[in-house]
Design a protein around this ligand. Structure first.
Ligand code: BMP
Length: 260
């Protein structure tokens, strides 16, 4: 079973180079925390990453919520990624025909393909978008997390949709890093990464349908490999000490899982 294998071992099964790198970073830095830096000021993001970069394996951005975006933000973000050895995931959730996704990925204000190690995409439009992302990497190592399930209440994803999504991904082993999903049964391939959002220290909900599960539940029962935390950290009174609490808690759960 994939969830019983340590990240070092999982790295050996990875067919996508970003998945391999991410497994290796987790094993080396002993953290499976992905910080979702959902802040709208570029200096606030950079200041926070300066302090928590050492505790995370992956930083997830929503680049289109930043109010003072400049190219310098990207330069500094990449410097931090190098200094602290984390990867960058732009949570763009592409969901259009291949040609449009190719333009959205490579062009426009953000030029996501230039700086994001990996991106998220919906399977809804069909595999054309995976072909497009696969062809737009300019020879760089790039990855895609495909949305197989969502954390929000009332989302329209069905069991059938999830299964077809996993089958679609199997046709693009060189570009697929893993799945954004909620359950360990969703996929079996040990070389792919389960990225799970909707996590806080206490189970709860927000007022707009987001559902939170605990670290214990998502890692030990639901099979999460990388855990996404946004407001649990960024909206805390002391984001840095909260990030350390999340990192330690998530890593303890992972250690418990792999030591059987
Ligand atoms: P928070 O921990 O503050 O609820 O943030 C969760 C983050 O994960 C958000 O950036 C959201 O866009 C993302 N996300 C999610 O919450 N559920 C999903 O199913 C997929 C997501 O990407």
């Amino acid at each position: 079973e994939r969830i019983l294998l340590p990240y070092e071992k999982r790295a050996e099964f990875a067919t996508n180079s970003i998945a391999k790198q991410l497994f290796t970073i987790m094993a080396t830095k002993k953290t499976n925390l992905c910080l979702s830096v959902d802040l709208t000021s570029s200096t606030k993001i950079l200041d926070l990453l300066e302090k928590v970069g050492e505790h995370v394996c992956l930083v997830k951005t929503h680049i289109d919520i930043i109010e003072d975006f400049t190219n310098d933000f990207i330069v500094r973000l990449k410097q931090l990624a190098q200094t602290f050895n984390f990867l960058i995931l732009e949570d763009r959730k592409y969901a259009d025909i291949g040609n449009t996704v190719s333009l959205q990925y490579s062009k426009g204000l953000y030029q996501v393909g230039e700086w994001a190690d990996c991106v998220t995409a919906h399977s809804l439009p069909g595999e054309g978008l995976l072909k497009a992302l696969n062809n737009s990497n300019n020879g760089l190592s790039r990855g895609v997390f495909l949305l197989a399930e969502m954390s929000s209440e009332g989302n329209l994803i069905t069991k059938d949709y999830t299964e077809t999504t996993v089958k679609m991904a199997a046709k693009y082993p060189e570009i697929i890093t893993g799945f954004v999903c909620q359950k360990k049964e969703t996929f079996k391939d040990p070389g792919l990464i389960q990225l799970t959002p909707g996590v806080q220290l206490e189970s709860s909900k927000d007022e707009l349908g987001q559902v939170y599960n605990t670290p214990e539940k998502v890692i030990l029962e639901n099979g999460a490999d990388v855990v996404v935390v946004g407001r649990g950290i960024v909206a805390a009174k002391s984001p840095v000490s909260e990030a350390i609490i999340y990192k330690d808690t998530l890593w303890r759960c992972y250690m418990k899982r792999v030591s059987g």
